[in-house]
Design a binder for this molecule. Sequence first.
Ligand code: GUN
Length: 293
Amino acid sequence: MEIIDGKKLSQALKAEIKTKVDAIKARGEKIPHLAAILVGHDGASETYVGHKEKACAQVGFKSTLLRFEDDISEADLIKEIHALNDNPDIDGFIVQLPLPKHFDEQKIIEAIAPEKDVDGFHPVNVGRMSLGMPAYISATPFGIMEMLKRYEIETSGKHVVVLGRSNIVGRPISLLLGQKSNPGNATVTMCHSRTKNLEAFTRQADIVIVALGIAEFLKADMIKEGAVVIDVGITRIKSDKTKSGWKLLGDVAYDEVAPKCSYITPVPGGVGPMTIVALLNNTLDAAQKKVYK
Ligand code: GUN
């Protein structure tokens, strides 16, 4: 059994991005610049945005944080988005989600110019991705694809079973792994809350990707010997054994599942750290006009 070390891999990928940014600087070209919009004071969002700013600094990007109070109107927020769309110094930007309740999130996402949508949430990017065209791939599917690639895990001809059909994980990763690409060329089954006899699918899977948001859902008797298990879940539970008072659980009952696997991602330290690399990678692509020429 080999643990897929997302923390180590994300550091290596950030170092690769930094090398590219150093070369851009040496050539005197424009430094990639990511902006983030944060509305309100949600604690988790503050933390995520802080991580993104730190990651930008690590690789040598410029970053700008635009903060607004949670009573900003939808029309005013859309004006701010249009200003970023039109600002040539900003290569890409994100609107940190979730937004306060009075916002229509889909409308906000659709206000972002697709060529600056480095989260890969705009329907144009999702559509381009699903057609196999150049697109910004969203954070989690990108992270999973990169892990499979870097650990040289064969996906061609394999049966991948994806648990979950969310717009940000289940659906895109199912599409990507079914495409004629490497990683890809897999036979993909997408299971969800209405799937009957789910174990019958997971037991014959070569690769199981679990993105349900249900702590320790996947048990050892649900997989075959030698399976690859990718755990996307993060559930925070109270714990008196940690300094913070919290403990993170994945969607996989790790201690019993891991001994049966050929490869497994831990939680924390698996898929999570990879997601920020997606944002950096998409921003570099945006600055270099790699996706939209
Ligand atoms: N909130 C949690 N994850 C994300 C993400 O990847 N992008 C944005 N914009 N908001 C998030």
